[in-house]
Design a protein around this ligand. Sequence first.
Ligand code: NAD
Length: 356
Amino acid sequence: MKIAVLPGDGIGTEIVAEAVKVLKALDLQFEMEEAPVGGAAYDAAGHPLPEATLNLAKQADAILFGAVGDWKYDKLDRPLRPEQAILGLRKHLGLFANFRPAICYEQLTHASSLKPELVAGLDILIIRELTGDIYFGQPRGRRVATDGHFPGAEEAFDTMRYSRPEIERIARVAFEAARKRHKRVTSVDKANVLETFQLWKDVVTEVHKDYPDIELDHMYVDNAAMQLVKEPKRFDVVVTGNMFGDILSDEASMLTGSIGMLPSASLNDKKQGLYEPSHGSAPDIAGKGVANPLATILSAAMMLRFSLNQPEAADRIEAAVKKVLAQGLRTPDIYSESTTKVGTREMGEAVVKALG
Ligand code: NAD
């Protein structure tokens, strides 16, 4: 088993170092190899995703990724910006299924902007299709309008499209994931208005016939956005397209109130995956030793479960994280009165100790 370790920029290096410590403490047989990505790679090799980094990622069974980006790269041409590294990895590895769990830990219910009783025990998995939809559909561009409300005016256009196989494969991922959870899938669409999402709904309904043990319901995206803040615990697995998933997964992550806690995974059809925290490189706190490493440590747990076939080791990490929270240890982002404030390194070391 080989893990490509790509720490990236900002707090990426600090939080990935802690996740690597936790992985090493498990005493499993895997090889880890590190390479620069994002702004760090641009500085070292003139490109956010150098050939050598991409090759390492392709050969690995899984990629542990920190975060990329810093305001200082904002003036670069778009293809050279750090964020392009993630898009490049998704494209080259065919990472079409994005898993974003939104879990509200018992000890952190106060951190949510919703009432504690609405989020206590929250455990939702949002599965977002990552390689299709309006973000990648062609044609797209700018032109002079020849029809519509303002002929002759400048206009811009994008194309929303999904093919049957693209919908089928993400639907299967969702039903399979639900089998390991509470066996409920909510498919989110806008079939009342969009042809693309009528096909989405039809195909998800057809694929569901192969999963009679799973309960399926369909929900329009506007209602889903509303239900996520009204009654979030009604959801188990939510599956949706790229754009709706982008928005809903961020909304769901905020229900937990603590961006530093949320892992994510992006998988291809060979179960090769990229595992990263849901947050960015946080340049405002980089180098201060205060970043919360738990999202990255929990991403490493997802990596063990989904790509490296080590579910027991994943359970051990998740239990250790719960244990350090129960001990009252908190990085500043999740700190509250009567808990103990710790830095990035102390938090990582506490998780190692709690592995038992
Ligand atoms: P961000 O997620 O980096 O930070 C948002 C806020 O959350 C900041 O106040 C930050 O201090 C805090 N925060 C984030 N992670 C934290 C952690 N682990 N512990 C404690 N606090 C944490 O988002 P941003 O500030 O909008 O973006 C900063 C840079 O990150 C930009 O260059 C952006 O493009 C990039 N970005 C990268 C990714 C990625 O690598 N996948 C994702 C989002 C943003």
